[in-house]
Design a protein around this ligand. Sequence first.
Ligand SMILES: *[C@@H]1O[C@H](CO)[C@@H](O)[C@H](O)[C@H]1NC(C)=O
Length: 151
Amino acid sequence: MMTKLFFLISIILQLISFSSQSENQKPPTAVQAELTNYGFPIGLLPSSVKKLTLNQTSGEFSVDLRGACQITLPPDNYLATYSKRISGKIVKGRIAELDGIRVRALFQWWSITGIRSSGDNLVFEVGMVTAKYPSKNFDESPKCEGRHSSS
Ligand SMILES: *[C@@H]1O[C@H](CO)[C@@H](O)[C@H](O)[C@H]1NC(C)=O
């Protein structure tokens, strides 16, 4: 009985690791690779990302999505909206002067003004207020939801 159970569990574990492997096998896009170079996980941007313009001297960037986009962010299921164009200034481990990402919390929309990455954690800045989340929650690019999706 115990061995059967153990057998079943090990099969389930194999299935889980197999499915997560095939997720990871998707090759990163150029934009995702650039995010990773700067120490950020690819899941910060939705999969509908189209183009990145980056001035490597000043760090000024803009990201074009296929359209405005709505996403539910892990792990607390905050609703977030992404404008069709997101801009800011990026250096390794830090995005500042961010414009174009808003999060709904405490019955209000808040603009995320900056994001810091310390490897294991991401710190989101909303003005003077910060919120810290494990980076591993952002390992995959989320898909846009609902009628805001592609186009
Ligand atoms: C990039 O930024 C530098 C420093 O701010 C500036 O001198 C240069 O003109 C910018 N390049 C482009 C292509 O905008």
